[in-house]
Design a protein around this ligand. Structure first.
Ligand code: GLA
Length: 384
């Protein structure tokens, strides 16, 4: 992917150069980082993500035919085009398929719309665990809604984004990424109840920086493993006689231990304990209690490593390196979909340099990989 830093005028000019007309509108949606509450969303539990200051912008103009013409400044040599009156299937461009996926779910829901010229530009790093795909889905759904006056709410933009993943991209993800991308707030994380979709902003103490460190560990079989975890959780919930693990408890889990496989037991134990850690973290942030925050994030990481088994040596190693360097300050754990991806460290501004130095000194030497460090702040969600 090409990293671009186009200004407003550059983008409009690029649009005119591609489509020979001026853009009629513009929307944007951010990536996200999850503070805590991992793999709890598709178990109808609790999550605590923040939208971040890395965004995907979409410019558009309506066409008088039924064609979608889509280009991205991040992939300058490529363009996708498709006819929305024809049955939609995946095309040859991976990024283009997200636009097709959004069109597919909106049409399936009965929305009527015409053709669109679309220009995309984003600075959410791809494959870094910062939800560049959710940002793209929410922004594209928003652009179509705005272009054709469909009046789709932010919450529904998120739900359509999730459906695009589930029903077109074959990734059985939960609602967290799309919902925080659509509804995020500056300076706050969102406590989301993934059953009711109720949202409560939780202020992030001013002195805390969110540092995201991408392990750059190559992903493989990620979707398959991700989807398999979801199946394990659903089987565990069914065996425990609850509609979802959200309704599990340590006592219920203990009572059903004999009916669960060892693996289902561990997956369920992660989800049940992680929901409690989300609430403890909300409290720790409200009290500015760094010791508790550190404890919650560390316990979450260990549970993801030992029970949910979605970490890899490189992300475990990054957590170790940062935890040691912070010497009893800050809070660290893996974040996002796992199997590589990123870790998050919550720390003060001076400690960002401490983390950078420790990662530079140790990570490559230990894992023969180069990590990328992103300093993030909580930003507003969908803007359209
Ligand atoms: C990915 C998915 C989310 C969520 C996380 C893990 O980011 O898209 O729905 O399940 O993994 O918490």
């Amino acid at each position: 992917m090409k990293q671009t830093t186009a200004t407003t005028t550059d983008l409009a000019q690029a649009f005119e150069a591609h489509f020979a007309n001026a853009p009629e509108g513009r929307v944007s949606a951010p990536g996200r980082v999850n503070l805590i509450g991992e793999f709890t969303d598709y178990n109808q539990g609790f999550v605590l993500p923040a939208a971040i200051n890395f965004r995907t912008t979409v410019l558009f103009s309506c066409r008088d035919d039924k064609q979608f013409r889509v280009c991205s400044l991040n992939f300058p040599a490529e363009m996708d085009r498709f006819d929305i009156d024809q049955p939609l299937a995946k095309g040859h461009l991976q990024w283009g398929n997200y636009i097709r996926a959004v069109v597919f779910v909106l049409q399936r829901a009965g929305y009527q719309f015409g053709g669109l010229n679309v220009l995309i530009q984003g600075n959410v790093p791809l494959g870094a665990g910062l939800s560049s795909s959710a940002a793209l889905e929410v922004a594209v759904a928003g652009a179509i809604s705005k272009a054709f006056d469909l009046g789709i709410s932010k919450r529904d933009l998120a739900l359509f984004g999730q459906q695009a993943e589930n029903d077109f991209m074959d990734c059985q993800c939960g609602i967290m990424d799309q919902l925080v991308s659509a509804t995020g707030q500056a300076n706050a994380a969102l406590l989301i109840d993934c059953e009711s979709l109720a949202i409560r902003p939780v202020t992030i103490p001013e002195q805390l920086t969110m540092v995201v460190i991408d392990s750059n560990h190559p992903h493989s079989l990620v979707d398959t493993e991700y989807n398999q975890r979801r199946i394990d959780c659903e089987l565990a919930a069914a065996a425990m006689g609850v509609p979802s693990l959200r309704h599990g408890s340590p006592e219920l889990l203990a009572a059903h231990r004999a009916t669960l496989t060892e693996q289902q037991y561990k997956r369920a134990r992660h989800v049940i304990t992680e929901n409690t850690r989300v609430h403890n973290t909300v409290q720790a942030l409200a009290d500015n209690d760094m010791a508790s925050l550190r404890q919650q994030l560390a316990a979450s990481h260990n549970s993801l490593r030992d029970d949910f088994q979605v970490t890899v040596p490189a992300t475990d190693g990054l957590v170790e390196i940062c935890t040691t360097a912070l010497a009893g300050r800050g809070a660290v754990r893996m974040t996002g979909g796992g199997f590589g991806g990123a870790i998050i460290a919550l720390c003060t501004a001076p400690d960002v340099a401490v983390i950078r130095a420790a990662v530079a000194a140790e990570y490559t030497q230990r894992f023969q990989l180069t990590a990328t460090v992103y300093e993030c702040r909580a930003d507003q969600g969908y803007d359209g």
